[in-house]
Ligand binder design. Structure first.
Ligand code: GLY
Length: 377
């Protein structure tokens, strides 16, 4: 009897799995497409930002959000939307990615980026590139046009040259503000956090109208990084992850902690199993006879509101905070929920969907997104 019940349960559970992923079909009432972006998290205080600075950041975020949303509204893919949203942020000197990236200890701008396609979990990453204007495009080219996932430094640039990427002079990426931050860090023996106040990494996550997810992240890392330091942004599973069975995540923050927690994949994995547990609970709640459950619950009958996904993202970010790290994440689910979680006072962010949502925000609480658990440093 027990075996029969277990077999029936397993069969019922297995039947739920493909449906639980439900990447191919949208639930009724759910947005057809959805996108979220970030331009970094950190110590952001409205009293320390002039109205002009605030307007500049909001305009830059809006430009990026609109670029990604336009792709999705016109039926483009999540992969295309993620790149469309990240490129303007890489081109803007306001963010720590592409032009405006922070300086290494040696006074260079070394860029990292990664991208992942939730359809097949194909991924591409580059680290330490200095002459590629839009590293996110190079990361995608690694994904589509090389047998590898992760390329570094000179090799990545050789690959870029062979694939026809224009060589951008390294001076293009340098800004005075970032150079001064490096000088101050060195002169006053400060940490990157003292001079950066925020991480400024950029990222985007998207769900397209075909039900596919994608995530991408791009950064200059942390001011004064040395010894070839690599943060989480180009590390698949830490700063970026996308899987149609669960969610797409892009992170910003103190990379070492995000690598240690494996933040992006951890959120996706917990989310995937939360759906399975919910399915199992529902299956166990229907009447059973000697052959097992009398009714097989379909995934479409499971009410998976945004709260459970928010809770999972907050839990993982709380683990980052417990270890002493800070930062934030954006995520989008197959149901089209676009969510944030950050343990800093603010995160440059925005989200839009096919139901008319379109908003950008900077400080905690502005759009209902709280700054969660703040680490005690
Ligand atoms: N999160 C970006 C970095 O730590 O490099």
């Amino acid at each position: 009897m027990k075996n029969t019940v277990l077999a029936a349960l397993a069969a019922g559970f297995a039947a739920l799995l493909p449906a639980a992923a439900h990447a191919e079909e949208h639930e009724e009432g759910a947005p057809k497409w959805s996108i979220a972006i970030h331009g970094g998290a950190g110590t952001l205080d409205p009293d320390r930002m002039t109205p002009q600075q605030r307007a500049d950041y909001e305009a830059a975020l809006q430009l990026a959000l609109d670029a990604g949303a336009k792709v999705l509204a016109e039926g483009g893919t999540a992969m295309e939307a993620v790149q469309a949203a990240i490129i303007p942020m890489e081109d803007s000197p306001l963010f720590n990615a592409g032009r405006g990236a922070v300086f290494t200890w040696e006074g260079r701008n070394e860029l990292d980026a990664s991208i992942m396609d939730g359809r097949d979990r194909s991924a591409g990453s580059v680290t330490g590139v200095t002459t590629v204007r839009n590293p996110i495009l190079l990361a995608d080219r690694v994904r589509t046009d090389s047998p590898h996932v992760f390329l570094m430094g000179e090799g990545a640039e050789q690959f870029a040259a062979e694939r026809g990427f224009e060589v951008t002079p390294p001076e293009y990426f340098a800004t005075e503000r970032r150079r001064e931050a490096l000088e101050r860090l060195k002169a006053e023996a400060l940490s990157a956090l003292d001079v950066d106040h925020k991480f400024g990494t950029v990222g985007a996550v998207a769900l397209d109208s075909q039900g596919n997810l994608a995530a991408g992240t791009s950064t200059g890392g942390m001011t004064g990084k040395r010894w070839g330091r690599i943060g989480d942004a180009p590390v698949i599973g830490a700063g970026t992850y996308a899987d149609n069975r669960s969610c797409a995540v892009s992170a910003t923050g103190w990379g070492e902690y995000f690598i240690r927690v494996g933040v992006a994949q951890e959120i996706c994995t917990r989310l995937r199993y939360a759906v399975h547990v919910k399915a199992l609970e529902a299956q166990l709640s229907v009447p059973w006879d000697e052959n097992g459950p009398t009714y097989i619950v379909h995934a479409s009958e499971l009410a998976m509101g945004p709260e459970i996904f928010q809770e999972i993202a907050d839990e993982v970010m709380a683990e980052v905070a417990e270890l002493g790290g800070d930062g934030g994440v954006i995520l989008v689910t197959p149901e089209g929920h676009a969510l944030y979680s950050f343990n800093t006072t603010g995160m440059y962010r925005g989200r839009a969907n096919s139901d008319g949502m379109n908003e950008v925000a900077i400080f905690g609480g502005e759009d209902g997104a709280d700054s969660g658990n703040t680490p005690d440093h």
